[in-house]
Design a protein around this ligand. Structure first.
Ligand code: XMP
Length: 463
């Protein structure tokens, strides 16, 4: 038996201020890397829990510059459909635009334009694109029997599927066009990009986007029987990364699954671990980001049940600096915790309970004695465990199950955007105090002072 060392968590410390050239919170850059290939504008990720992240939360987080991770406590089809909803939210490509045949009459075209509320149509001869017709071509035409092919533009500027947002913008700007049809090698229409959608997308300049301008989203898998099938389905649905979500990231099986999924070419995040050994084990398996946190979560019972864990701030410090990205997961209840987690070395921070009870979290509002609530539960709680067998193929043996998660009602909080802004406000302020214009400098300049009980009282922390 040995006692290794004392370890600390967020309320045990404060960040020490430095003389600072960063005079304003608005001067700082909060961008980070989730994995080496995925850049985020804010270091915030929502937990893959069934009371936290489905498509509405994932869309809100990605629009704010972070990312959401869809939970896996449902059928593969359901998880895939949640991913697809996020990917379709801001698609610059209309996969199936309304089209019109070249021999259609102008009268019929007018009717269609009014009915579908669309002002321009790609013109097809069977499946092939032969022209484009827009309202200005036909709105003053008096002969309703004329055909579309008599009025359409025949020299259509086209591109191909897979074109990036920037390339599409370039072509539209150069040719002063508002519609860019996409065709395959045989000239068949495969989609269309409109300047209106491109402009809408530009409105979310801070959003996390993939190379096609769609919002970034992650999917999650476990290490049970369906993990490979689920991972393949998520990759086919174009999830940007896969989280191998296991309470105990030290299990050999966790590293085996990471190896297996890496072979599919996906970006992989895995955990949870709390020490350098755990990080190095997953790094050896090829992981792109390690999830750090054993037991700090608000709904976690691992520490009181198993007696296993590691205070989260020390855990982050120990896990960072091993040449692999880390995500601090659990225990964030105020913006100061978030700032300290980043200062301690986290590349991103995962949030569960703080994002639960919002408009964007799944579930209905429950009113009790005139106060509104939403449900929040740990994924190792009794009800989450028994629901899992109903929604997935996993069998649940409730008799032999010791829950390691709680279930609570959380007071309804309104939009998650407000909470994201509060967290960022705290981080931005901390960055100015630490003379840090970006997160790299913030980590470099971070020094913590350990608090006594009086220091904690003075800092308004509970003791
Ligand atoms: P917060 O504190 O943000 O933590 O609510 C969210 C994280 O808690 C983890 N989690 C669990 N941990 N038992 C546990 O020990 C559970 O039932 C449970 N459910 C979620 C998870 O890592 C999440 O991101």
């Amino acid at each position: 038996m040995k006692i290794i060392k004392d370890a600390l968590t967020f309320d045990d410390v404060l960040l020490i201020p430095k003389v600072s050239k960063v005079n304003s919170r608005w001067q700082v850059d909060t961008s980070t890397y989730l994995t080496d290939k995925i850049k985020l504008n804010i270091p915030l990720v929502s937990s893959n829990m069934d009371t936290v992240t489905e498509h509405i939360m994932a869309i809100a987080l990605a629009k704010a510059g972070g990312a959401g991770i869809i939970h896996r406590f449902n059928s593969i089809e359901n998880e895939v459909s949640e991913i697809i909803k996020v990917k379709r939210e801001q698609n610059i490509v209309i996969e199936k635009p309304y089209v019109i045949g070249k021999e259609t009459s102008i009268g019929k075209l007018r009717e269609m334009s009014l009915e579908k509320k669309v002002s321009s149509f790609p013109v097809l001869d069977r499946e092939k694109l032969v022209g484009i017709i827009t309202r200005r071509d036909f709105e003053f035409e008096e002969d309703m029997n004329k055909k579309v092919e008599d009025l359409m533009t025949k020299d259509v500027i086209t591109s191909h599927k897979g074109i990036s947002l920037e390339e599409a913008k370039g072509i539209m700007r150069k040719n002063k066009i508002e519609k860019l049809p996409l065709v395959d090698r045989e000239g068949r229409l495969t989609g269309m990009i409109t300047s209106r959608d491109v402009k809408l997308l530009d409105g979310y300049s801070k959003a996390s986007k993939d190379k096609n301008g769609r919002l970034v989203v992650g999917g999650s898998i476990g290490i049970g029987s369906d993990h490979l099938e689920r991972a393949k389905a998520l990759i086919d649905a174009e999830a940007d990364f896969i989280v191998v979500d296991v309470a105990n990231g030290y299990l050999e099986k966790t590293a085996d699954v990471v190896r297996e999924i890496k072979k599919l070419g996906a970006e992989v995040i895995a955990g949870n671990v709390a020490t350098k050994d755990g990080v190095l084990n997953l790094k050896k398996a090829g992981v792109d980001c390690v999830k750090v946190g054993i037991g700090p979560g608000g709904a976690c019972l691992t520490r009181p049940v198993a007696g296993v864990g590691y205070p989260q701030l020390s855990s982050i410090i120990e896990c960072a600096g091993n040449d692999v990205r880390i995500m601090a997961d659990g225990g964030i209840i105020k913006s100061a915790d978030f700032s300290k987690a980043i200062a301690a070395g986290a590349d991103s921070v995962m949030i569960g309970g703080l994002f639960a009870g919002t408009d964007e979290s799944p579930g209905v509002i429950i009113t009790k004695e005139n106060i509104n609530y939403k449900f929040y539960r740990g994924m190792a709680s009794v009800n989450a465990f028994s629901d899992r067998s109903l929604k997935t193929d996993e069998a649940a043996d409730l008799e032999g199950y010791t829950p390691e998660g709680t279930e609570t009602l959380i007071q309804y909080k309104g939009s998650v955007v407000k909470i994201v802004n509060n967290l960022l406000g705290g981080l931005r302020s901390a960055m100015t105090y630490l003379n840090a214009a970006n997160l790299k400098d913030f980590k470099k300049n971070a020094e913590f002072v350990v608090l006594t009980e009086a220091g904690k009282r003075e800092s308004k922390y509970k003791i």
